[in-house]
Design a protein around this ligand. Structure first.
Ligand code: NAG
Ligand code: NAG
Length: 456
């Protein structure tokens, strides 16, 4: 069995040889000065980056500190660049919740909400709420309620400061959070105070509550339609009062169906536990956003002109449905022929094909097409669906010549209505080829690129 032992012992030897050759070449690559005498041994390539942050900056200190949970969130929120710019201009003061405040003491559901890619804005707002654009050392803590006792944060919402006397001494407060480690870290461009818990701005709290309601909606949606009593044309089981924003009573298609509609649910009282959703004003809000965004005037115009359609959307949102609008930009709308628009009901049909009865963001759609290849979305134009797939690192809707790209992501996202700008007008596939292109329907699918003029 000599040969066996010998064979075994050869392997580590061979391995060590390869390893040492490898290490030598790594050493050579890392340290060229050993062969060329000119360069100094301390030179590093980082000196060429255009924007460098001072190593003694409060930001560097934060990332290096024991506030590891906060530091991690700041990185996850992609805020480092913003904060670098801030400390380039002025001092900042960071109120840093201790790690436990972001671990065990935080509602896990809220934390999950913050870490969802679609809620990046909420996470950013929350973190910016912990930073003021000025230097506030503990010695200058405002003592009483006064104009000086309020500072605007980097997310604009204000924080209030005061000092409360107690038996063990004075306690510094920021909003209602105790400052447990005043002046914990001080640097030339800022200060970090340790605080005992997370500060949550009102807007983020509201986003979270809204999203939580939505989740309960999607959990209940698959239920079948309620039974209608044929004699009374009313629901057999008296529908419980449905506050807007609560689970919708009907699947969206039934909710849209013409005919004797259900008696509207009574609006909740002002003191009710649920927030009342004013879908109509939300629709107005998104149309305004579309107008101000620029490049979507045609689409906004159609929605303004077709009041019935906007009203319908508002009603659906009030009843708890969520919608994603794929909004063709002006360039795309300009390519529509008068024929396509002039038939009675044609504009409505076109728009309905661009509305998905789900809440989707760029992130959620992109993740879906990346994971699954092709994804079909229902539209409000029954029974037609719209296909999405990944293309060129973006989301492409439709197929062949009729395809369009997600062009301006997340123009409007309020948790119920999402508006995504696209660079073409979508048509259900059957119609796409039959009436518009009588002779040339076998055009080889040219690469449908942004801004490509190929649709007569
Ligand atoms: C930050 O504050 C320090 C001390 O008050 C001051 O010397 C420095 O100029 C400030 N930095 C900026 C960028 O304003
Ligand atoms: C909307 O209505 C206005 C005024 O009636 C009209 O000038 C405009 O062309 C309409 N827009 C569309 C897209 O139909």
């Amino acid at each position: 069995m000599d040969s066996h032992i010998c064979g075994v012992s050869k392997i580590p030897f061979l391995f060590l040889t390869i390893l040492s050759i490898g290490l030598m070449s790594v050493a050579l690559a890392l340290n060229p000065s050993s062969s060329s005498s000119s360069s100094s041994s301390t030179s590093k390539p980082s000196s060429t980056t255009p924007q460098t942050i001072n190593s003694n900056s409060v930001l560097v200190a934060l990332l290096d500190s024991h506030y590891t949970e906060l530091a991690e969130l700041v990185e996850k929120a992609l805020l480092l660049q913003t904060l670098e710019d801030a400390v380039g201009k002025h001092n900042i003061t960071i109120f840093a919740p201790k790690n436990e405040a972001l671990e065990r003491q935080l509602d896990p559901e809220f934390k999950r909400f913050l870490l969802e890619p679609g809620n990046l804005k909420s996470l950013q707002t929350l973190l910016m709420f912990h930073i003021i654009p000025t230097r506030l050392p503990a010695a200058h803590w405002p003592r009483h309620q006064s104009p000086h006792a309020t500072h605007h944060t980097l997310c604009n919402d204000p924080l209030h400061f005061h000092i409360r006397g107690s038996s063990t001494g004075n306690i510094k407060l920021v909003d209602s959070a105790h400052v447990t480690r005043p002046d914990d870290i001080t640097r030339p461009d800022g200060i970090i105070h340790g605080i005992e818990r997370l500060l949550i701005p009102q807007s983020v709290q509201e986003d979270f509550n809204r999203r939580r309601n939505l989740r309960s909606i999607s959990a209940v949606l698959p239920e079948g339609a309620p039974v209608v009593d044929p004699r009374t044309h009313r629901l057999k089981k008296a529908a419980a009062p449905v506050p807007a924003g609560a689970p919708p009573v009907l699947p969206i298609y039934d909710a849209m169906a013409p005919g004797p509609s259900l008696a509207p649910a009574p609006a909740p009282g002002p003191g009710g536990p649920h927030k009342h959703f004013d879908g109509e004003s939300q629709v107005k809000d998104f149309i305004h956003t579309l107008l101000h965004y620029g490049g979507y005037n045609e689409m906004a115009d159609i929605l303004v002109n077709l009041t019935s359609l906007a009203t319908e959307m508002g009603r659906l949102v009030s009843e708890g449905y969520v919608l994603t609008v794929l909004a063709p930009n002006d360039e795309a709308m300009a390519k529509l022929t008068t024929d396509q628009l002039s038939e009675p009901g044609a504009p409505e049909q076109i728009i309905y094909y661009h509305i998905i009865p789900e809440y989707q963001t760029e992130e959620s759609m992109y993740n879906a097409v990346r994971r699954f290849g092709k994804v079909k979305y229902d539209t409000l134009r029954l029974p037609h669906k719209v296909v999405a797939q990944e293309a060129d690192g973006s989301v492409k809707f439709g197929s062949g010549d009729g395809s369009t790209y997600l062009f301006d992501p997340d123009i409007y996202t309020d948790g119920r209505i999402s508006v995504q700008g696209i660079d073409g007008v979508l048509f259900p596939e059957e119609e796409d080829t039959v009436p518009t292109t009588p002779g040339t329907s076998v055009k080889v699918a040219a690469k449908p690129r942004r801004g490509n003029v190929d649709c007569g």
